[in-house]
Design a protein around this ligand. Structure first.
Ligand SMILES: Nc1ncnc2c1ncn2[C@@H]1O[C@H](COP(=O)(O)OP(=O)(O)OP(=O)(O)O)[C@@H](O)[C@H]1O
Ligand SMILES: [Mg+2]
Length: 631
């Protein structure tokens, strides 16, 4: 599927939607390098001018210092040598200027890409979860790799090349006109024919080039998918089938690449030969002119030299056309991601450390006191403080990920401070969705969620999330040590606090048995740990965050029942004084909850404690006794 999506994307890989706008925007990223760019322009001007000027010197060189001396016994070569020296100096200046602008462009290019990457990454951090839910990872990755790379190529080469080519072409054109309008006419006519041939060949090669890009996309997508799914391939013994599929895709790539490169490799020699023909026709025409009309040899020598510097940039520009289009299309995809709306946050209530005065008033504190307060700014500049207790209420919450598909229909529930609330229900019932709303991964369109009486939309997202410790349904660990991974929950936690949290989660004993204990490196999302061990670390990470509300989404689903029972003891301590939401399929974990909420199809169908629900003999009873599975 992913490979397919990628290949669909590659269909448009070569076509920028609005080239001019994109170029303008790329240039805007070069702003900090304004001085560099001015220098680059100056150097390009010098380089082009010196090239044109040095060639122009051929005319006096021939007319004044070579032809008159032909056949002389003792010619005075001093003027001749002087002219050669001047030409040499001019060429040297040109070479230096070329070297300088190339060096400058390296700085401009790397610096510009550095800025774009930073902006892209920090913008990505502001994007809502919805964005990540609706884009494949491969697609997002390619903005940082392929697209940035195409852009780098363009910035470092094409940009300046084209500027230089255009200058050269115009300068040389004027110089040629000055030397001989008639010959210039012939040259231009020949060039029109050449460009026509390039276009013909180019459009053919462009088609195959696009096919090649598409084939590369398919092959890459396939490899990526198969690396991820390697275990499934082995389990179902699909190795041969997979190889055959790959062979097919690889064959397509081979064919497309062969075609594309055949045309591309034909283009150069054809152009080379054409330009020689072009050159000799011009030379013959010039010779005829100098015999019949007395066109001087010096002008002819300069003119022929110009012919070369005239046709070369034109063929080069037409050759680079494709890669420029590709780079612009890549740039557009980068900008498209930069233009994605960031997550909005209209919240104004913040979470602060607090202390209680003797009279029981809440005051803000600069230290970590273990007491938190919501700080609600008032119009007069002061603030009102409400102690964070962990009282959470859902009032008739209706929600759907997509507009016309309701996932939660009218959820009303409350969790009093310190209570343990459990959600149970079949797969896809909407349990995780409830927590996604509580931490504002998604906003509630209808109904309200109140946190200590404050609508959660009024609370700053960061502060809201800081007040919730979460163990997500899919645990994700980062590369780093075990210690660092647990500390992710609260960056200022000391080593002792981390170890304390690990003990609460009953992770301490297995961690101590790892080769380097807490300093063991976790690789690739915890591949070197068992699923259950990963969950234990995730629980420890939530424990170290030490927030007033704790949410556990299938936190112990992969942990054996004995360890789970051990964790529960630690958990009791962890849950003390906190409001806890537990989601679990294994109903033994939810038995001691204050309230069990049974969700089905996005509605609450039952609620009560374990005893009540068993007595009712309804849905929970069925789930608990396994009758549902047997039916
Ligand atoms: N990001 C999403 N985009 C669109 N639909 C989603 C998304 N996440 C979940 N859903 C849909 O919402 C419904 C509820 O999903 P949810 O993850 O809340 O179920 P759950 O009760 O947690 O199930 P499980 O026990 O399997 O974890 C499902 O029908 C699912 O298809
Ligand atoms: Mg879930």
């Amino acid at each position: 599927m992913r490979g397919h999506e990628r290949s669909m994307r590659n269909m448009n890989i070569m076509k920028p939607k609005n080239a001019l706008k994109t170029i303008k925007r790329i240039i805007s990223y070069m702003k900090p390098y304004r001085a560099h760019m001015v220098l680059v322009v100056i150097c390009v001007l010098i380089s082009v001018a010196s090239n044109i000027a040095a060639t122009y010197f051929l005319k006096p060189l021939f007319n004044r210092y070579i032809i008159p001396y032909i056949g002389q016994q003792n010619p005075d070569l001093s003027e001749f040598i002087k002219t050669i020296l001047v030409m040499g100096i001019i060429y040297t200046i040109g070479v230096l200027a070329t070297y300088t602008y190339n060096r400058l462009m390296v700085t401009v290019t790397t610096g510009t890409l550095y800025r774009i990457r930073i902006e892209l990454f920090s913008h990505m951090q502001t994007l809502p979860i919805r964005f990540f839910d609706t884009h494949t990872h491969g697609e997002l990755m390619s903005r940082y790799t392929n697209d940035t790379d195409a852009l780098r190529n363009m910035l470092s080469q094409s940009f300046v090349n084209i500027f230089q080519s255009m200058l050269t072409v115009s300068g040389v054109f004027i110089a040629m006109l000055l030397l001989s309008p008639l010959l210039t006419g012939i040259v231009v006519l020949m060039l029109v024919i050449m460009v026509f041939i390039i276009k013909k060949l180019g459009s053919k090669s462009g088609k195959f080039f696009r096919e090649q890009q598409m084939a590369v996309g398919k092959v890459n997508g396939y490899i990526e998918e198969l690396i991820e799914g390697q275990k499934v391939v082995k389990v179902f013994c699909h190795e041969n089938k997979v190889k055959a599929d790959f062979d097919k895709l690889n064959g397509e790539l081979f064919e497309a690449a062969k075609q594309a490169n055949t045309f591309a490799s034909m283009l150069r020699p054809i152009m080379g030969n054409l330009s020689y023909i072009h050159y000799s026709i011009t030379a013959i025409a010039g010779a005829v002119m100098s015999i019949t009309t007395g066109f001087d040899i010096g002008s002819l020598a300069s003119f022929l030299q110009y012919t070369r510097s005239f046709s070369q940039p034109i063929t080069m520009m037409s050759e680079q056309f494709n890669s420029i289009l590709m780079a612009l299309a890549g740039a557009e995809r980068i900008f498209d991601m930069l233009d994605q709306e960031p997550e909005t946050d209209e919240g104004f209530v913040s979470l602060v450390n607090a202390e209680k005065t003797e009279k029981g008033e809440i005051r803000e504190s600069s230290k970590r006191t273990g007491i938190w307060a919501w700080k609600i700014p008032k119009d007069d500049g002061g603030a009102e403080y409400i102690e964070v207790k962990g009282d959470i209420r859902f009032n008739n919450v209706v929600f759907g990920y997509e507009k016309d598909k309701t996932v939660l229909s009218g959820i009303t529930l409350y969790a009093k401070p310190g209570q343990k609330i459990a959600f149970v229900g079949s797969t896809g019932a909407g349990k995780t969705t409830v927590t996604n709303l509580l931490n504002r991964f998604y906003d509630v369109p209808e109904g309200a969620i109140l946190y200590d009486g404050i609508p959660i939309n009024n609370i700053k997202k960061k502060d809201l999330r800081r007040s919730l410790s979460m163990v997500l349904q899919d645990t994700h660990l980062f590369s780093g040590t075990v210690m660092e991974n647990i500390r992710y929950g609260r960056l200022d936690a000391t080593d002792e606090e981390v170890i304390e949290a690990a003990k609460l989660a009953n992770a301490d004993s297995f961690i101590r048995h790892l080769p380097q204990g807490y300093d063991t490196l976790i690789t690739a999302d915890g591949m070197n740990l068992s699923q259950g061990q990963r969950q234990l670390i995730a629980i420890a990470r939530a424990a170290v965050a030490d927030s007033p509300v704790l949410i556990l989404d299938e936190a112990t689903s992969s942990i054996d029942t004995r360890t789970e029972a051990l964790i529960e003891k630690g958990m009791d301590k962890l849950m003390e004084g906190r409001t806890v939401f537990v989601i679990a399929h294994r109903l033994s974990t939810v038995r001691n909850a204050n309230a069990i909420i049974v969700l089905e199809n996005g509605s609450i169908v039952e609620r009560g404690d374990h005893e009540d629900l068993i007595k009712q003999g309804g849905r929970y009873y069925q789930l608990y006794t396994g009758l549902l599975e047997l039916a």
